[in-house]
Design a protein around this ligand. Structure first.
Ligand SMILES: C[S@@+](CC[C@H](N)C(=O)[O-])C[C@H]1O[C@@H](n2cnc3c(N)ncnc32)[C@H](O)[C@@H]1O
Length: 305
């Protein structure tokens, strides 16, 4: 059992190492003994046979913990962002739903995972999907340009979930939706499991409680926050790590960016990484009401002085 790193950078390095190895080697299903195949995992997570059959080779690595498409209600023409896209499973499914007038952006911090997803897009000539290298705590996406944010089993891996939600709010258009599948903490982990590196990078030890996630989402400026725990997820969580199903479960997390209200501290463009320039034009939000949290953000006199 390896101890969990404590600094945010070290955590991200450990997570990148694990998913880089999966991207370049094989999916967990073919590395472990008797682990289910990615398609079987997909079925257990609620993807239909038709959805799974439609995916490019290698897009489904069996790394999710739910089906965010099921709660996202995607519409033709929408712009969708997938946080921690992995091999691209949810990006490719979203691309079918939003159609040629829509666009899907997948962000992932693991270069080998990105290469895999890009190759899958190239192999099928999928034109309305783009994969960008970046961290979900500092999204390479312009302010107010996204209709729907998806994510599948990624936010738990972040050492800075507050920033993830602040960034999500920043890039969403007013009225934009968040539709996330993730692992939540039901009960405090035993100390040994809490400190276990494999449990951290394996989507168990980094999970936050439902209450913590709700508080973070509200603090970031979201409304209509809902976290719905999927009790049936115990089945597959037991297969990830026997015993962990007592402490964590999968949940569907939904929230909306308010229309006409912007938290000024989250609506900045300073977190653009510049790794890859976004190809979508920023949409100017016209807030009716602003919540202020720094002297220069909302007071015209303070800003001018
Ligand atoms: C458990 S996998 C899920 C992949 C994909 N969403 C799926 O359902 O197959 C986690 C993915 O998130 C990426 N990831 C983890 N933490 C990240 C972060 N802080 N910023 C960007 N990507 C991250 C990893 O590189 C990996 O590809």
């Amino acid at each position: 059992m390896h101890a969990t790193p404590t600094s945010a950078d070290d955590i991200r390095t450990a997570v990148r190492d694990r998913y880089g190895a999966i991207a370049t080697g094989c999916a967990p299903a073919c590395c472990g003994s008797g682990a289910p195949a990615p398609a079987d995992i997909g079925r257990a997570l609620g993807y239909s046979e038709a959805e799974l059959a439609s995916l490019p080779e290698g897009a489904n690595l069996g790394l999710g913990c739910g089906n965010p498409q099921a709660v996202a209600a995607l519409r033709p023409g929408e712009t969708v962002l997938d946080l921690g896209a992995g091999g691209g499973i949810d990006c490719f499914l979203a691309a079918q739903r939003v159609g040629v007038t829509g666009k899907v952006i997948g962000v992932d911090m693991t270069p080998d995972m990105l290469a895999r997803a890009r190759e899958a897009a190239r192999s099928r000539e999928v034109k309305n999907v783009e994969f960008r290298l970046g961290e979900i705590e500092a999204l390479p996406v312009a302010d107010g340009t996204v209709d729907v944010i998806l994510s599948n089993c990624v936010v738990n891996l972040s050492p800075d979930k507050e920033s993830v939600f602040r960034e999500a709010l920043r890039v969403l258009k007013p009225g934009g939706r968040l539709a996330i599948s993730d692992v939540v903490l039901l009960e405090a982990l035993p100390p040994a499991l809490e400190r276990d590196l494999a449990a951290l990078t394996g989507c168990v030890a980094g999970a936050a409680t439902v209450g913590t996630l709700e508080s973070m989402l509200h603090a970031a400026g979201f409304e209509s926050v809902q976290v719905v725990v999927n009790a049936a997820s115990q089945e597959f969580i037991r297969e990830w790590l026997p015993g962990a199903e007592r402490y964590v479960a999968s949940a569907a997390i939904t929230a909306t960016r308010p229309v006409g209200e912007v938290s000024c501290c989250t609506s900045t463009s300073t977190s653009m990484t510049g790794v890859e320039a976004p190809s979508v034009a920023p949409v100017a939000a016209a807030p009716e009401k602003r919540s202020c949290c720094a002297p220069t953000c909302c007071e015209p006199s303070a800003a001018a002085s």
